[in-house]
Design a protein around this ligand. Structure first.
Ligand SMILES: C[S@@+](CC[C@H](N)C(=O)[O-])C[C@H]1O[C@@H](n2cnc3c(N)ncnc32)[C@H](O)[C@@H]1O
Length: 243
């Protein structure tokens, strides 16, 4: 049975084709800002590990210890298990100064299901920023108008993903069922049988891009929009960037 963290990486690769389009964006910002980086909701360390590989001083924060174990295995040595809505660094010891860059890649802000939580997260991040620092995050409008029945979304490497969507107000519920297929079952059944199943639901805000400006203003920050090619952006003040 694969772990949830493995299945998360599988889904990134085979469904979202999210190899690393965004990594250069965050790496460019981190280089421009020259200081420690904090990634909120770092998951299995896809982005954080790439920044570590580039020689940067990176801390990965996530609420899930299994995700953090995978991030460590990828080379993110400094990880913190905490809730991104209310974390606290004292800036003594290993992490001795505020962060120049705080990132929330890949729509992870949208996992916070009410405005208050998102604003709390941004405010908490702002308290941990250096004077010249930035918060950089990706948000998306998913454009899903109604429910979508279960369908096979991807199949590769002995895993099949069946997904469905339901919409509840501003929140989208994405139900996932990962089936590990092929080989023989423990009872000796034929190849192609389902050997293990992992099911869960990811709930997230539907309209992150449309809401971002409001969230940023409510947190007392200023927003600058950019896209993945926004690396030439001149950084002069504490502000927030949405790619
Ligand atoms: C989409 S995944 C991580 C994405 C990762 N940053 C990347 O770009 O590949 C979302 C992560 O958010 C974490 N998460 C969800 N709610 C959280 C919270 N309140 N505080 C911290 N992490 C949270 C989950 O445990 C999961 O690892």
């Amino acid at each position: 049975m694969r772990s949830t963290a493995d299945l998360y990486d599988w889904e990134l690769q085979h469904l979202h084709h999210r190899i690393d389009q965004d990594v250069g964006f965050y790496r460019g910002l981190a280089r421009a800002l020259e200081g420690p980086v904090l990634e909120l909701a770092c998951g299995t360390g896809r982005v954080a590990a790439a920044l570590v590989d580039a020689g940067m001083d990176v801390v990965g924060l996530d609420i899930d210890s299994a995700m953090l174990r995978s991030a460590r295995a990828r080379g993110v040595d400094r990880v913190v298990q905490a809730d991104m809505r209310s974390f606290a660094f004292s800036f003594s010891g290993a992490i001795s100064r505020p962060f120049s860059l705080i990132t929330v890649p890949y729509n992870s802000l949208q996992l916070l299901l009410d405005d208050e939580s998102i604003v709390a997260c941004l405010r908490c991040a702002a308290r941990h920023l250096a004077g010249h620092g930035l918060i950089a995050f990706e948000v998306t409008d998913f454009g899903v108008a109604g429910d979508v029945e279960p369908e096979v979304l991807a199949e590769a490497d002995g895993v099949r993903l069946i997904g469905s969507l339901s919409v509840q107000g501003d929140v989208l519920h994405y139900r996932r069922r990962f089936e590990e297929v092929g080989g023989t079952t423990e009872h000796g059944a034929a190849a192609g049988a389902v050997r293990a199943v992992h099911q869960d639901t990811v709930s997230l805000r539907r309209n992150g891009a449309s809401m971002a400006e409001r969230w940023v203003a409510a947190a007392g920050l200023t927003m600058v929009s950019a896209d993945w090619s926004g690396l030439g952006l001149r950084v002069t003040a504490r502000t927030t960037i949405t790619p």
